[in-house]
Design a protein around this ligand. Structure first.
Ligand SMILES: Cc1ncc(COP(=O)(O)O)c(C=O)c1O
Length: 352
């Protein structure tokens, strides 16, 4: 995260995984909806209702949070005590480990493998879980590879976790950017907790509208955890978020059009580069190729930036240094130019 927040700007930025940000005009009625007052002690009621309706759950199962980041932290805060174990997928999104560690938990890893298209493998979870495990954390679609977790595998992991009294946190922040509507893991059973937000799939990072779907009992604990983490959300943002849910189908169509134009470009790029090994993205906003024979893409990413004004995320930030992550959810013209520059950097063997 520190790298993401401090890196120099790039003209062709393929390091971002958010769908291109909306402007105020993409949210009709936004200006009129601005108001500074209103009750949102346990989440703004119309927002809880909108999130619940969208996912087919009761509002009592919804907790609002500051983005999916806040949602993940609240889930960890409600469930973890010092010395507990947390199983986290590898490669993985660093703040998920960071949140657990900050709470004094011990992070144990299980692998999602390139050779099996980064599928989640219940056997790996079964091999790593112990009586001290309180939480298993999975992203679906997976950051950094974009792979979707199969629900049968998740159900099996749910059974393995439940047998130990543990929960399964599925971060679905990229799910609505997958292309077609995908079911949420929140409906798989009470041991599942789902986190998400309007950031990635809808280009609404500025609202910081995140949520957690959980059992009602756990939701009550999550709200009490929120009391000491950040109290409540911003009523201003929560009102605008309700408006976003009213227009969610239009926003989703905007995302589909953008990714519908962009994904073929990234797939054509990957197929055109025989020196890359990759799992072709089936949806989402990222791809995670590697350059076989190159142990660390840090130099490649650095030269790509300094010599060709193009940014990708070096794989070391996901504990997979031979890879790099290409985000393809920005403006199509930027992606097209960025991919050309990526090709020319590969032609020039810019990792040397
Ligand atoms: C897996 C995952 N979860 C959560 C987030 C953060 O989302 P938000 O902006 O909603 O806090 C990210 C951002 O990169 C992410 O990759």
């Amino acid at each position: 995260m520190e790298w993401a927040k401090t890196r120099p700007a790039a003209r062709f930025d393929l390091a971002i995984s958010n769908v291109l940000g909306c402007s105020i005009d993409d949210l009709p009625g936004a200006v009129e909806a601005l108001a500074l007052d209103g009750r949102n002690d346990n989440g703004y009621r119309p927002l809880l209702d909108a999130i619940a309706r969208r996912h087919g759950v009761s509002p009592a199962r919804v907790t609002t949070a500051q983005g999916a980041s806040g949602a993940n932290f609240l889930a960890c805060a409600a469930l973890l005590a010092p010395g507990d174990e947390v199983l986290v997928e590898r490669p993985g999104y660093d703040p998920l480990m960071g949140a657990a560690r900050l709470l004094g938990a011990h992070v144990v890893r299980f692998d999602r493998e390139f050779e099996s298209d980064y599928a989640v493998d219940p056997e790996r979870v079964a091999a790593a879980i112990t009586s001290r495990t309180r939480l298993v954390i999975i992203t679906s679609p997976h950051n950094p590879t974009g792979a979707l977790a199969d629900h049968a595998a998740l159900q099996e992991i749910g059974r393995i976790a439940a047998a130990r009294g543990a929960h399964v946190l599925v971060d679905e922040v990229y799910l609505d950017a997958f292309g077609e509507p995908m079911p949420t893991a929140a409906l798989l059973g009470d041991q599942f907790i789902v986190s998400s937000s309007l950031t990635k799939a809808y280009g609404l990072a500025g609202l910081r509208c995140g949520w957690i779907l959980s059992s009602e009992d756990l939701a009550a604990r999550l709200r009490r955890a929120r009391d000491v983490v950040d109290g409540t959300g911003s009523i201003v943002a929560e009102r605008l978020s309700v408006l976003a849910f009213e227009h969610l189908d239009t926003l989703a169509a905007r995302t589909r059009a953008l990714l519908g134009a962009n994904m073929p470009l990234v797939i054509a790029f990957l197929r055109s580069r025989p020196e890359l090994a990759y799992v072709e993205p089936a949806g989402g906003t990222v791809a995670f190729p590697r350059i076989p024979g190159v142990v660390d893409t840090a130099r490649f990413a650095e030269r790509l930036h300094t010599e060709r004004e193009t940014a990708v995320v070096p794989g070391r930030f996901f504990e997979a240094p031979a890879h790099f992550r290409i985000g393809f959810s920005g403006a199509t013209s930027v992606l097209r130019d960025g991919l050309q520059r990526l090709s020319s950097a590969l032609d020039a063997r810019a990792w040397e």
